[in-house]
Ligand binder design. Structure first.
Ligand code: NAD
Length: 490
């Protein structure tokens, strides 16, 4: 096969997984281009056991933070050194345009560098003594970490978990999504090349129910960092509850974007279109519900429709492509069924709602950017995550309604506000239940700023300095200063 055959990585060594071999399919053509062997529960067991052993090896355990940081920094440089190959590999594997996969690779490299810098400057604390002792709060590695990731932003998602997990001193077991194992395998190789001890690095592609669940259930895995759908997250949390194991869950969203009447409409149109249609709408933070003040609703809808119709759909590798294919035929069928549901729920499709008919796109899983009006905010299409290029535009009348409208789904991941009035933005931004609020911008994500959701969008935060602590366990030390023996019992 053109892209070759790839094996799993168990404790730093490539070997054929004991599970079935699966094909990687290019969603732009529907053709298979690589094969990957997959892991089983036995492979998971080997990887976890080796990871726990490698963590105890003094050669790793005794490394000082700045020494671990050097390895992470080197990983960032290696990722950057291969950025074009990595971006192309991902565009082929998941169908995102090159401009977006280049950004994912840059984000992964930046994450390793940021985490390295943060690690070097992470202090331990002397706590205030309340007796004749010196008391300290220190942090230890939490134990082998399972990093379970979705297919929509491969190398960036894996870096977001692997970098802080390793910084904290842990072994990391990466379980990429079925649709996107290639970048994770390459990341595993780069970690090893950077000098991370082999036992600490495993990359275990395979089915979620088999490999993912074996990782979550394994008694040697001490933390699961999961990004994916809410249904899967709930299942993982319930297994983790039995083990009393901490989990971080980055889950789905149905993010509201609010356009106040005084907004700069040029900016709002560009922001809304980027917020929903980049990544073909396959983004957890996709701004899929657009609440527009009735006074500008019709004008803004018309401008968004026109902007959507100007987007270039096509080959992810081609310069100038805005939207590539969706990840799979099944996923496109799911998006199509939501558009049908929107019609059944009384919506009007203002543009899109169909596959493109341009020559050369018929064998890929393409779908046009779709704008729907006339829906009830309580309709299923406005409540459920579609994870595709489908935008519902909804009018509102009073600012007072907005918090309730924005908060009316089970999710709380992200929110956008477009206005020139920063006091109104402040009021709304503080009230709306959301992990992130963007004001006059959208989809900005940074390694230095915490990220996560509330309600059914997740538990815990990744990124930022505290993101490293999330992979550590805190320990208290008391150093007695009394010269005399204790008086108790005398
Ligand atoms: P998914 O939940 O189907 O799969 C995610 C990962 O979990 C995959 O690696 C999968 O193999 C694994 N998995 C599946 N079942 C499992 C189980 N029982 N035990 C352990 N692991 C299991 O999600 P997906 O379709 O790959 O990704 C899309 C979803 O991810 C969307 O809902 C999206 O919103 C969400 N997402 C969230 C964020 C965020 O940061 N909040 C970011 C990206 C994507």
């Amino acid at each position: 096969m053109a892209g070759g055959s790839m094996d799993i990585i168990v404790a730093g060594r490539h070997r054929p997984g004991r599970g079935p071999t699966v094909e990687s399919v290019d969603p732009a053509t529907g053709a298979a281009f690589a094969e990957v062997t997959t892991a089983t529960a036995e492979d998971v067991d080997d990887a976890v056991t080796a990871g726990a052993t490698a963590m105890r090896d003094p050669a790793w355990r005794n490394l000082l933070p700045h020494e671990r940081a050097r390895l992470l920094h080197r990983t960032g440089e290696l990722i950057e050194g291969e950025s074009e190959e990595l971006a192309r590999l991902q565009s082929r594997d998941i169908g995102k345009p090159l401009s977006e996969t280049r950004a994912l690779v840059a984000s992964a490299a930046g994450t390793f560098r940021y985490v390295a810098a943060a690690l070097e400057t992470l202090d331990e604390a002397l706590t205030t003594p309340r007796g004749p002792y010196l008391s300290m709060s220190v942090h230890e590695p939490i134990g082998p970490v399972a990093a379970i990731t979705p297919w929509n932003s491969p190398i960036a998602s894996e870096a977001q978990k692997a970098a802080p997990a390793l910084a904290a001193g842990n072994a990391v077991l990466i379980k990429p999504a079925e649709w996107s194992p290639l970048a994770a395998l390459r990341l595993g190789e780069l970690l090893l090349r950077a000098g991370i001890p082999p036992g600490l690095v495993s990359v275990l592609p395979g089915a979620g129910r088999v490999v993912g669940e074996a990782l979550v259930r394994h008694p040697g895995v001490r933390k699961v960092a999961f990004t994916g759908g809410t249904t899967t997250g709930r299942r993982i949390a319930s297994i983790a509850a039995d083990k009393l194991m901490p989990v971080s869950l980055e889950l789905g969203g149905k993010s509201p974007v609010i356009v106040l009447p005084d907004a700069d409409l040029d900016q709002a149109v560009r922001g809304a279109v980027f917020g929903i249609f980049s990544s073909q709408g396959q983004a957890c933070v996709a701004g899929s519900r657009l609440f527009v003040h009735r006074s500008v609703h019709d004008e803004l809808t018309g401008r968004i429709v026109a902007a959507a119709e100007r987007l270039v759909i096509g080959d992810p590798m081609a310069k100038g492509t805005h939207m590539g294919p969706l990840i799979s035929a099944e996923h496109r069928a799911a998006v199509e069924s939501y558009v049908q549901l929107a019609l059944d729920e009384g919506g009007h499709v203002r543009t899109g709602g169909e596959r493109p008919t341009e020559p050369g796109l018929d064998s890929g899983y393409y779908y046009r950017p779709t704008v729907i009006t006339g829906l009830d905010p309580a309709s299923r299409v406005c409540q459920e995550e579609i994870f595709g290029p489908v935008l519902a535009v909804l009018p509102y009348d009073e600012e007072e309604e907005l918090t309730e409208l924005a908060d009316s789904t089970p999710y709380g991941l992200a929110c956008g506000i477009w206005t020139r009035d920063y006091r109104r933005a402040w009021r709304l931004a503080r009230r709306i239940e959301s992990g992130t609020v963007w004001i006059n911008t959208y989809k900005q994500l940074s390694a230095s700023t915490p990220f996560g959701g509330v309600k059914e969008s997740g538990i815990g935060r990744e990124k930022g300095r505290e993101g490293i602590r999330a992979y550590m366990t805190q320990k208290s030390l008391y150093w007695g200063l009394d010269e005399a023996p204790a008086t108790w019992g005398t």
